[in-house]
Design a protein around this ligand. Sequence first.
Ligand code: PMV
Length: 322
Amino acid sequence: MMAVASAPAKVILFGEHFVVHGNPALLAAINKRISVTAGTIEAEKIVIRSDIGAAGEYSGRVFKVLRGGKRARVLIDPIHDAARRALGSRDRDGGIEIDLCSEIPYGIGLGSSAASCVATVGAVGSLLGRHDRRWICERAVESERMIHKNSSGADCYISTFGGLIRYGRKEGYKKIESRESLSIVIGNTGIKHNTGEMVAGVAKFKARKPKVFQELMTRADEICSDAASALESGELERLGLLMNENQLLLQQIGVSNKKVDDLVRACGAAGALGAKITGGGGGGSIIALAANEKESARLAESIRQAGCDPIEAQIDYKGLVV
Ligand code: PMV
């Protein structure tokens, strides 16, 4: 038996980091995917191969590296965890073979870890006849927490459900319809970040300056709600201004840096309606909003000239495909 699932990358349009502390965030799925093929095998083990430089097999608690040396286990443990959660307390004989193939650059804030967990639970779950997206998403969130412990869950929700969503830890997710099509250009600074470390840095900021943090949370919350209504009414210029303001908040909580600030400024100078970090920050990626597709090509060129890699992203409305 064999099953294939794929799940998209994402950008956070508004509210990253603040979402970890209970605020809402707005997210969009984009047209870069991770595909997972899962098949049953006779041997009682879980074999995982990936094109991200790691492969290994698990027989009970015993792990054997097949490729990737010492780093292999760190990279594929969450995939293994996702597969185990999908399998649950299965009492059948035999094992599972998993092949993961990714178009999503990892460590730059595009949600590659979440997409790999979602696609793995999707593929393995499908072998057992489980297709319920919420069931899949909840398990993927738990596995993603192996990678960064205090994950808000936002990345798994957008990767599972696709399109544009508003997400909050308590309120859950809600689909948003954008009246205008969005031309978003991603700029990869080339600096890999560790989301868990960035999130821990913000927690320290909060502990040091609780009052300031609370004020920033309040403003971030308002920005998020204004942005949702700007999306729904198609006011792209307003959306851009709100992105710029969100970036100022991210600077204040210490997740921006010079390269990010320079890139955001370069996008503004090249005519972006707004630009900001997307995801964990500390390098990673920025997003810039273009007025239209033609402008988007111009923004991509200015990102290239700033020495960074551009991706002209399309919104993915499919989410998880099994
Ligand atoms: O996976 P990244 O680097 O795009 O960051 C996830 C977004 C954060 O808000 C920083 C963390 C979270 O769990 O929501």
